[in-house]
Design a protein around this ligand. Structure first.
Ligand SMILES: Nc1ncnc2c1ncn2[C@@H]1O[C@H](COP(=O)(O)OP(=O)(O)OP(=O)(O)O)[C@@H](O)[C@H]1O
Ligand SMILES: [Mg+2]
Length: 450
């Protein structure tokens, strides 16, 4: 990750020097300015990630500089430095859009934490912005993993082709319905998208739904009823859960797929419809064929253009993107700031097996946003299936206790190494207090804790 770039605007040269020294030690890039004018010019030049701004500058008030900075860079986090006794003005600046303020004399550790947090928040905002742009291009499919990127490429190519039938396969909750819609959007801008769930209705009803009913076809059919195929004419027919289609109907569907001709229930003549058919299944269709639940000829007809959507566990690197995406989505829905996750919780999500795939992740984020709006979620707030090595029975409690300790030790070591050995920062990353970290390290007999 690129170094955090900080612009310090303060006329106290000694203070700028000591701040620069400590921040540079933390691996940040620091630029100093001694007047408001100079600070504004430098902000244009270096585009800092965070600005530290003194309230009392010689040439203009810190408040004016803050306004000018926000006119130019609306999202730029600005932390105000206020003199002792000037808290009231500092609070005013926060109302005007400053991220926070710190009062002289201040603890440099505290300042460093504040900067790191603000930079992280901006990085997240930029990432979400980037994601949103990208998902517009890929019709809502969020993901950086190579399997999602090649899927998006394939969707685009199929959309531009004249292919008539596509089969989308993958485990439940991986986004097959989203892929079907993306295929439709890649081909048409204003055409019907008609969805049929082949598992939802009994055989006769699906037939009537799909192909329509001629007037007088049976008692009670006193007027002609259009089928979904007719409604989809000129657009897409999405046959969801095709693996569940009753075997008797499969032959009728096959005949439609062969030449786009079909016969409504009770009709003497065939009709024709120009439809792009997207079928989806979470079953292994080949196995269904072997077990004679699915017609082999229909399988081959559908399988001309197979698109596979992989499980979320096989693209775990996308978990954090999806989490950020849905946290933003549900925050907008609930009218709050997006939830965040401390490091342990984030790592737990990353390592989870996600049997329900993206749907499970989406539901979890919705639930957490409702229960803990705008909070930073820690491990204890996640549902029990996420808590590693939960003690389930007395017999294995001892062994599990050890593995929990190992797990804790590993997480603490990782956090300390990420924080360059700084315990306050490591505790913050772990989402616990410095005191709690000290206690745990002592309990786990980890090094000497000063
Ligand atoms: N890559 C993704 N980016 C953003 N949202 C996603 C992604 N994949 C899935 N979703 C969302 O997750 C939810 C579940 O996806 P979808 O309904 O498409 O799954 P499915 O594969 O059709 O599952 P099933 O086999 O159970 O019908 C939907 O709300 C969908 O919008
Ligand atoms: Mg589905």
């Amino acid at each position: 990750m690129a170094a955090i770039s900080v612009l310090v605007i303060d006329d106290e040269r000694n203070l700028v020097r000591s701040i620069s020294f400590s921040l540079t030690n933390e691996g940040m890039e620091v630029t100093g300015a001694y007047t408001g004018e100079e600070g504004l010019a430098l902000a244009e030049q270096i585009l800092p990630d965070v600005v530290l701004l003194d309230l009392g500058l010689p040439d203009m008030s810190g408040m004016t500089v803050l306004e000018k900075l926000h006119d130019r860079f609306s999202e730029l986090p600005v932390i105000m430095i206020s003199a002792h006794g000037d808290t009231r003005t500092a609070v005013q600046t926060v109302k005007q859009g400053a991220l926070d303020y710190i009062t002289k004399p201040f603890d440099l550790d505290e300042l460093i934490l504040l900067i790191q947090r603000s930079a992280e928040r901006v990085r997240m905002q930029r990432e979400i912005h980037f994601l949103r742009e990208r998902s517009l291009k890929t019709q809502g499919l969020v993901g950086e993993h190579v399997s999602i990127q090649s899927l998006c490429e394939a969707i685009k190519r199929v959309g531009e082709s004249s292919a008539k039938t596509v089969l989308v396969s993958g485990p439940s909750g991986t986004g097959k319905a989203l892929v079907a819609k993306a295929l439709h959007d890649a081909r048409y801008s204003d055409a019907p998208f008609i969805e049929v769930n082949c598992a939802a209705l009994p055989e006769q009803l699906i037939e009537a739904e799909l192909f329509g009913v001629e007037k007088g076809a049976y008692t009670g059919a006193n007027q002609r009823r259009s089928g979904l195929i007719e409604l989809a004419d000129g657009g897409t027919l999405f046959l969801d859960e095709i693996g569940e289609m009753p075997i008797g109907l499969q032959v009728k569907l096959l005949s439609f797929l062969e030449n786009r001709h079909y016969r409504p229930v009770g009709a003497g003549r065939e009709r024709q419809a120009d439809v792009f058919v997207v079928a989806a299944t979470n079953r292994d269709l080949k196995k269904e064929v072997d077990e004679q639940r699915f017609r082999i000829d229909l399988y081959y007809r559908l399988n001309v253009l197979p698109l596979d959507v992989s499980s979320l566990a096989s693209r775990a690197s996308d978990v954090s993107l999806l989490v950020a995406h849905f946290a933003q989505l549900f925050a907008t829905q609930e009218g709050c700031r997006p939830i965040e996750f401390d490091q342990v919780a984030a790592q737990t999500l990353q390592g989870y097996s996600w049997p329900g795939n993206v749907r499970e992740l989406k539901n979890l984020i919705e639930r957490l946003t409702i229960l803990y709006p705008a909070q930073c979620i820690s491990l204890s707030q996640l549902p029990s299936e996420f808590v590693p090595d939960a003690v389930t029975s007395a017999e294995n409690a001892h062994g599990i206790h050890h593995s929990v300790e190992d797990h804790e030790r590993l997480l603490i070591e990782q956090a300390l190494s990420d924080a360059g050995g700084r315990k306050a920062l490591a505790a913050d990353k772990l989402g616990i207090s410095r005191h709690a970290l000290k206690r745990r390290m002592q309990r786990l007999r980890m090094g000497d804790y000063q």
